[in-house]
Design a binder for this molecule. Structure first.
Ligand code: SF4
Length: 209
């Protein structure tokens, strides 16, 4: 059984739903401008030094429908788009592609992180519907976090040297300006906190933004 088959059989997510670890309405350290961020639940890569080990299990964490997620993303009219992080977004490529399609139809842009390389995502062994999600993306940050190649630079949009910024929409080519070496603290209505930003170990972050 391939890694793809194994991982996709590890959890039963209802159709048109996502299993997510977290969500913030507005972030300025996870892509161009101000944007929503979705952290999906589940990653098999187990990169040493991963910033978000709690995202590894595939067990159901928070289920959210595609309809509800799209509504939440578009409710923040000042946001210019959404970023998918994790966990590994491409294990839930089918639902995320639909979210992306509808967000883009509303004039927003979509970016994703992935522990897979772009070459792997375009290969026959890629997760189901990886290409469908790729077709919707404006930007892809690809490649796993490699601790041995870590970058400690407040101007870098990636956190290890092997990672690549793939810009599929030329209009965003001069927008790779977010400072990933920043920290945001989001206080949710129920009192929980989400801390995101490069080098925020043990908090919510992935494939680090
Ligand atoms: S850094 Fe990203 S790809 Fe690597 S284990 Fe963590 S969540 Fe997975």
């Amino acid at each position: 059984m391939s890694l793809t088959q194994m991982s996709e059989k590890m959890v039963d997510i209802p159709s048109n739903h996502l299993n997510i670890m977290g969500y913030v309405d507005r972030s300025e350290v996870n892509g161009p401008g101000c944007r929503a961020v979705v952290w999906v639940q589940g990653c098999r890569r187990e990169c040493p030094g991963c910033f978000n080990t709690a995202s590894w299990p595939f067990a159901i964490n928070q289920l959210i429908s595609v309809d509800e997620l799209v509504e939440r993303i578009l409710s923040e009219s000042e946001n210019e788009g959404v970023t998918f992080s994790g966990g590994e977004p491409f294990w839930q490529a089918t639902a995320l592609a639909e979210v992306a399609r509808r967000v883009k139809a509303a004039g927003k842009n979509v970016m994703s992180f992935s522990g897979f390389t772009l070459t792997e995502l375009r290969s026959p062994t890629a997760p189901t519907n990886a290409q469908v999600l790729l077709d919707q993306l404006d930007i892809l940050i690809d490649g796993p976090y490699l601790e041995s190649q870590a970058i400690h630079d407040p101007t870098s949009p990636v956190s290890s040297k092997n990672q690549r910024v793939n810009i599929f929409s030329p209009a965003l080519s001069d927008r790779i300006t977010w400072a990933s070496d920043q920290i945001e603290v989001h206080v949710l209505k129920d009192g929980r906190r989400i801390v995101t930003g490069y080098r925020v170990q043990d908090y919510l972050n992935c494939c680090p933004a």
